[in-house]
Design a protein around this ligand. Structure first.
Ligand SMILES: [Zn+2]
Length: 292
């Protein structure tokens, strides 16, 4: 990966439906100078409030990642964050005219293609690179994550296991490079267990779910489309575990760091991913404090 900060070369727009709100949303990606970071801008609110995509703005991690600053929120940021991590974008302004980022096809592929399509601009300033020096563990019930020192880049592995039901255990690991992300992770779509459909109906969520933007894992291990319940054509036999790694990449990028570490995750989700991101970011801040 490039050692210098990156942004995009020109403005690019995309319109789509928010997975949870069902609202039509317009996204506008704009180049930003070095040192500005990744900023969401709510253009539908007076004064266009800005919400930095940083772990310190984390508000909620139930089902999706919500950031909030001064009472202004942006939901479902994780698949855009993963695309930005995948191509190493450090600085960008993302205008959004609703409370939720659109779902695209449920993966990061669309965002990746859009951003790459503008051309990537390398800036003069170096990236915020962090070599993890200590072991960090987080756990919640039978889900756990460990981050270990690793000087060759970012290595990610994930074990998916629904206690023997829904599907056989899936394990996947990857060295984070732009090519690996694009070919192996970015196309993996979001999925839910069949039980979430009922839960969403009760909570009034998932209004933007279509047969083209998510997958449902049935109890017998088959994967179907969420509405028609017809068999889904998978992009990879183990698409689900790959999507778990996609989420992990997006959530860890809330540190805004180019991280050198080996991460081993078992059954983790947004809650645990972001707790690990918080701890890594704390380590980074402590280290930079000591050096200052
Ligand atoms: Zn996801």
């Amino acid at each position: 990966m490039d050692t210098h900060q990156r942004t995009i070369s020109r403005i690019v727009e995309y319109s789509g439906i928010g997975l949870f709100t069902g609202e039509e949303v317009k996204l506008r990606f704009k180049p930003s100078p070095a040192g500005t970071g990744i900023i969401f801008v709510r253009t539908d609110i007076e004064g266009h409030p800005r919400v930095p995509a940083n772990i310190e703005m984390l508000y909620d991690t139930r089902r999706l990642v919500t950031l909030e600053k001064n009472g202004v929120g942006v939901k479902s940021v994780e698949h855009v964050m993963a695309a930005l991590a995948g191509i190493g974008i450090d600085n960008i302004e993302i205008e959004v005219n609703s409370s939720e980022v659109p779902a695209g096809d449920g993966s990061s592929l669309l965002f990746l293609q859009l951003l790459k399509g503008t051309g990537i601009k390398t800036l003069a300033e170096p990236k915020n690179t962090f070599y993890l020096q200590e072991e960090i563990r987080v756990s919640n019930g039978d889900a756990s994550m460990v981050a270990l020192p690793y000087d060759k880049g970012l290595s990610l592995s994930y074990i998916l296991d629904f206690n023997g039901s829904f599907l056989n255990r899936q394990c996947f690991e990857i060295e984070m490079t732009e090519n690996n992300f694009r070919a192996q992770i970015a196309p993996a779509r979001t999925f839910g267990l069949y039980t979430v459909i009922e839960e969403y109906k009760k909570l009034g969520l998932g209004k933007g779910v279509t047969d083209d933007n998510s997958l449902i894992l049935q109890e017998d291990g088959t994967v179907t489309k969420p509405l028609s319940m017809t068999p889904a054509e998978l992009r990879f036999p183990n698409e689900c575990v790959r999507h778990k790694i996609l989420d992990m990449i997006g959530d860890l990028y809330l540190t805004n760091l180019t991280l050198h570490a080996r991460i081993v995750a078992t059954k983790s989700g947004h809650y645990l991913n972001t707790r690990l991101a918080e701890k890594i970011f704390e380590c980074f801040k402590n280290k930079t404090h000591k050096q200052a």
